[in-house]
Write a protein that binds this ligand. Sequence first.
Ligand SMILES: Cc1ncc(COP(=O)(O)O)c(C=O)c1O
Length: 413
Amino acid sequence: MATQQVALCGVRDQFPVFGQTLPNGQPVTFLDTAASAQKPICVIEAEESVQKSHYANAYRGVYEFGAQIDEELEATREAIRKLIGAVDASEIVFTSGSTMSINMIAFGWGGRHLQEGDEIVLNEMEHHANLVPWQQVAERTGAKIVYIPLTEDGQLDLLAFDELVNERTRVLSVTGMSNVLGTINPVRRLADRVHEAGGIVVVDGAQSVPHAPVDVQADGIDFLVFSGHKLYGPTGVGVLYGRKDLLAEMDALLFGGHMIERVTKSGSTWAGAPAKFEAGTLPIVQAIALKSAIDFVNELGFEAIHEQESRLTRYAMDALTQVPGLKIYGPRLEDRGAIVSFTIDGAHPEDLAQLLNRKGVFVRHGHHCTMPLHDLLTVSSTVRASFGVYNTTEDVDQLVAAIEFARQRLRLA
Ligand SMILES: Cc1ncc(COP(=O)(O)O)c(C=O)c1O
């Protein structure tokens, strides 16, 4: 297949991981960015620089290192505020990742506000991280979960959604982008309806924030979560954005150092957000290096990122459609992000993933933490290729060639 220029070529050179050849002589074809993104050199160096030159605990010491760490952490908080269009940096809470953030919202806000008869609106394309915490809170509070049906091509059925939202709706929690189907959800459209009914809107931005601009105010988002490691940043750090008034009326899940206002032998009072939700020692180094990741994507610009990823996704969908017996799940290109999940008749996804690995092509297989979605698709497992800013059309060509190799090995060709 003829290769095409990509808008962000040159970016790949900033990722040291691609400068190697695998032990089997193959180059690295990394197509698992939806699980976790590779790291640019600026992020790796930012971590190293903190550790080497001025590491200290945060929000504790007045000495030089401590003050510098505090300043750098606040610089990351401010960079996140700008990235997502929040009003105030105090609305940005550092967490360990999207899963932790959603649990904090479900238990901290939902645990306090939900009661019997209330409804939580979810849908079957959600990651387990945005299903299980709500199921647990529903069990404890007596609230009921209702599901927006999906259309044949894996989008939210908006007409059914309009019917389903009512005065009992307290929360809509929805992914910005499906980690399997690639579906991009119309957050503003959903938020308008839920707000009209008096509910709040939680957006799981784990997949959407790294790929497209988000503006919590313009998009009508009350809570937003995402993970640093999917945004080319370090593992162990994530974000919980909450509207100021909502954070004020949300309970903390973790109690201990730093989150207090006053502690006596008989009881304690809490600091305001964000400290109230940041008990203990933060992932200091990772949170500071997250700013380098944000600077990196801002420098590329989300317009260029989206354009390049769309082009790559189109190229991949066109190529994969030619493979006999291959079925792609999810909507057409215009309604999806840079994720393509598929099955091939007669090939188990695990066998496929293992055979692709022999050609240096790294894809994920399985249910991708979306068992209800796979139940709906009536498959137990799919293969997922997901793209990042470093991928090129050559990577897609490698994928297609590796699939051909797998088909021959499995005697499908
Ligand atoms: C849509 C979605 N939500 C939540 C998560 C959980 O993210 P983390 O494991 O960083 O907490 C993921 C991770 O794959 C995801 O794809």
